[in-house]
Design a protein around this ligand. Structure first.
Ligand code: NAD
Length: 276
């Protein structure tokens, strides 16, 4: 039996992280790099992907790289997968992390976030990135892993895959009722569906050595207004939002052999919010 510390080592394993240039994507990549893995960021933003890759190389001395791709496009994902395999000849870990995060501040005329007004174009755009993107990446990279007989897929869901959004969190003083911003319906839909995709793929590839799990993180503290932080903290038994690096442990756990007997699980890491 391996030393328990060795269970967390992922030396030389190639980890593809969609939305890897974003706030949490970079944190996932850092966890991979710190444990000896090789992060490959897939992102639509060249500027951010380049900066994140350089930072990873500086901080961890790792041969990280990036591929620019729009993961909503079948052909772009196919090309990105070919490029990763050309560079590394392997793909061990896929973290489906990218999401569309439309800003909620639009309170003029009609607030797009409200369910009554929610535009179908926004619905399609959010589902395309969060869900179709995860499907396309899982299809390409997961099929490679199944053929190799080994691999891990990790879907980044949310505490809002487990509970409904508490719309009181987003209320703005002085804004008329019909213009009050809300968490868009697509967030709940995409995150719940990712947990469904997790269970589907976990059983589909269980006999092929590919494990598929999800993490449902709570909100990360990232300079939100004090009022919002205070409201949200009251809904969390631990009375605070997560710090930026606080999901690294669970990401590494689910991407490494430390979780070798786990598949199809949704690991809720939310300071206890969904327990209340
Ligand atoms: N930040 C939080 O508090 C929080 C909490 C729970 C869950 N999550 C989830 O964690 C994940 C990451 O969140 P974040 O806060 O880092 O978001 P972010 O907006 O900082 O990062 C998203 C990244 O995805 C990339 N992206 C967007 N569309 C793309 C496309 N079509 N193709 C390729 N890349 C694309 C963006 O360029 C960006 O780099 C999301 O799935 C989010 O829902 C975040």
């Amino acid at each position: 039996m391996k030393n328990v510390r060795d269970l967390f080592a992922i030396d030389g394993r190639v980890a593809i992280i969609t939305g890897g240039a974003g706030l949490l994507g970079f944190q996932h990549a850092s966890a991979i790099a710190a444990a000896g893995g090789i992060p490959v960021l897939i992102d639509i933003s060249e500027q951010h992907a380049k900066a994140a890759t350089e930072k990873l190389a500086d901080e961890y001395g790792v041969a990280s790289s990036y591929v620019i791709a729009d993961i909503t496009s079948h052909d772009a994902v196919a090309a990105a997968c070919d490029e990763v395999l050309r560079r590394h000849g392997r793909a061990d870990i896929l973290i489906n992390n990218a999401a569309n995060n439309p800003k909620l501040e639009n309170t003029t005329e009609t607030n797009f976030s409200r369910f009554e007004n929610f535009p179908i174009a926004q619905w399609e755009a959010d589902i395309a990135v969060g869900l179709t993107g995860a499907l396309l990446c899982s299809q390409r990279f997961g099929t490679f892993m199944a053929e190799a007989g080994r691999g891990v897929i990790l879907n980044i869901a949310s505490d809002l895959a487990v509970i409904a959004p508490d719309q009181r969190l987003y209320r703005q003083e002085g804004t008329p009722e019909h213009l009050q911003p809300v968490k868009p319906v697509t967030y709940s839909i995409v995150k719940s569906a990712l947990v469904g995709l997790t269970r589907y793929l976990a059983t589909y590839w269980a006999d092929k050595g590919v494990r598929v799990n999800a993490i449902s993180p709570g909100g990360v503290h990232n300079g939100q207004p004090d009022e919002f932080v205070s409201r949200l903290s009251k809904l969390i038994p631990m009375q605070r939002m997560a710090s930026l690096s606080e999901y690294q442990g669970s990401v590494l756990f689910l991407c490494s052999d430390a979780s070798s007997y786990m598949t199809g699980a949704n690991l809720i890491v939310d300071g206890g919010r969904t327990v209340w």
